[in-house]
Design a protein around this ligand. Sequence first.
Ligand SMILES: Cc1cc2nc3c(=O)[nH]c(=O)nc-3n(C[C@H](O)[C@H](O)[C@H](O)COP(=O)(O)OP(=O)(O)OC[C@H]3O[C@@H](n4cnc5c(N)ncnc54)[C@H](O)[C@@H]3O)c2cc1C
Length: 309
Amino acid sequence: MENVVVIGSGCAGWTAALYTARANLKPLVITGQQPGGLLTTTTIVENYPGFPEGVDGYELMTRMQKQAERFGARTTFGTVEAADLSRRPFTLTVDGEPLQTRTLIIATGASHRHLGLDSEQKLENKGVTYCATCDGALPMFRNQPLVVVGGGDSACEEATYLTRFGSVVYLIHRRDTLRASKIMADRALSNPKIKPRWDSVVTDVLDVKQDKVTGVQLKNVKTGEQSSLDAAGVFVAIGHVPNTQIFKGQLAMDDNGYLVPAQGASTNVPGVFVAGDCADHVYRQAVTAAGMGCAAAIEAERFLATQNQ
Ligand SMILES: Cc1cc2nc3c(=O)[nH]c(=O)nc-3n(C[C@H](O)[C@H](O)[C@H](O)COP(=O)(O)OP(=O)(O)OC[C@H]3O[C@@H](n4cnc5c(N)ncnc54)[C@H](O)[C@@H]3O)c2cc1C
């Protein structure tokens, strides 16, 4: 029987583990298929406080793991396939094996949607990125033409943000109007540096042979016409999918599957807490995920203290 199980080993998970470990609760962290979480997929993180020169994403996550383990957090490599939250202790199924816990911290993150192109995958981190806030300021994008793919609020926000760095920002959308809220769409479209390309989809990211992004190949979905654009960066902003499917029907979530806390980090099930991108479709940053992990840990600790009284 565990006191605290943390599902997920990203910034939220390791921070929750650090705090619950320092409270002597010996948390068990289940890593999932991406030990270290999303940040391990990026080379340089320049906006995590405490690293004035920036820090490699993989190194930052390894440091977080070591810090949590130093205080007694335990790590198991596995995936939670099912969760029964109908009674305490909660029962998880981890790679076919049952595991019981008094409290649960869910920090399973959110996966970004991909365009699904082979070239997109090959050029990830070589000009293809999924986060303008994270990568927009990198030297490789400064004063260069950039491409944002998408038509929702995120795409408009990313395009507007990127006008600070790029020489021009092409907004590629498969329809002839943006799906974003009016205020976001107006802001983006009134920006002289943003050039929309309507009714268009990216069919290829160039240039795999050069091992860096040099542009995109486009297709007009109405006329079938092919064209290309020069660009140093492709920012894919077509949405995220929170990794919360196993909690469907048990925990409150919004229409897109993001967990909706009842109060603070607490959910509608007493003893279950949430942290990080699985419950945050707004900020989606390492530091906010870590902050939420801290909050979830403190609430789990307090919950256990009330149970033992
Ligand atoms: C390319 C890229 C660059 C980025 N750069 C920056 C940056 O510079 N600065 C910044 O602040 N943010 C950056 N971000 C965003 C940042 O990575 C996320 O906000 C942060 O990782 C969220 O942390 P998290 O712990 O909530 O989730 P994640 O990091 O996504 O971790 C989720 C964890 O849950 C695990 N998991 C999922 N499902 C299960 C399951 N069923 N069972 C067990 N485990 C499971 C996964 O294996 C993973 O370990 C970047 C993101 C990307 C994609």
